[in-house]
Design a protein around this ligand. Structure first.
Ligand code: CDP
Ligand code: CDP
Length: 197
């Protein structure tokens, strides 16, 4: 059985958390597509050329333990604006989405570009303040600086020419600003059940 769930939205909206819960509940494979861009960004920070890094990405590149940092997020959103980088990562994501047994992918352009035919499309969002607070709880430091970086990354992701961050026309919007993780996951699972039965 093939079944694809596309989850998009801005930084720290709760995409990954919801994706992991859906994957566990329905037995789907999960791909955090942000990790691909973070890995390319990390290689570029070490001197690699962006398109080459995207074309030669390996499992071990994705397993680095420095990919969750704010710096890696910024580096990711810079390389993510390069069309050839996006193109190099496209087929891997599409193949993953067709996995037998179902797949959930989270990112920025899953419902719009990677899987426009996805069975379920969710756009998970929250206010910038709430998202920055959540990310600050994870990484610490200066909360105002975390908010500034979240806003900067949102701007870059929404305003790039290739695959900008925006909800697909047929996406269901879930604003998690005032939702607990369980409440957000319940809404997301209800959408999956509605389409999958
Ligand atoms: O994947 P994305 O960057 O969209 O967000 P995430 O990593 O799933 O969530 C960011 C943080 O917010 C995590 O620490 C979650 O536990 C937390 N979170 C929350 O407090 N309330 C929610 N409704 C969803 C996520
Ligand atoms: O977890 P968080 O939402 O903070 O970031 P992420 O999902 O790991 O994505 C990091 C960056 O990669 C984003 O800010 C985007 O610029 C880029 N990205 C993208 O362009 N397309 C995707 N499908 C996933 C991530």
């Amino acid at each position: 059985m093939k079944f694809t769930v596309a989850i998009d939205g801005p930084a720290a909206a709760g995409k990954g958390t919801i994706s992991r819960l859906i994957a566990a509940r329905f037995g789907f494979a999960h791909l955090d597509t942000g990790l691909l861009y973070r890995a390319v960004g990390a290689k570029v920070a070490e001197g690699a050329e962006a398109i080459e890094a995207a074309q030669s990405l390996s499992e071990s590149d994705l397993a680095r333990d420095d990919l969750r940092s704010l710096e890696a997020g910024q580096a990711a959103s810079k390389v993510a604006a390069i069309p050839e980088v996006r193109r190099a990562l496209l087929e891997f994501q599409r193949r993953f989405a067709r996995a037998e047994g179902g797949a959930v992918l989270d990112g920025r352009d899953i419902g719009t570009v990677i899987c426009p035919e996805a069975d379920v499309k969710l756009f998970v969002t929250a206010s910038a303040e709430v998202r920055a607070h959540r990310r600050w709880l994870e990484v610490g430091g200066d909360e105002a600086q975390v908010l500034a970086e979240v806003r900067e990354r949102d701007e870059r992701d929404m305003n790039r020419a290739d695959a900008p961050l925006r909800p697909a026309e047929d996406a269901v919007i879930i604003d998690t600003s005032d939702l607990s993780i369980d409440e957000a996951a319940d809404r997301a699972c209800a959408e999956v059940l509605r389409h999958r039965g």
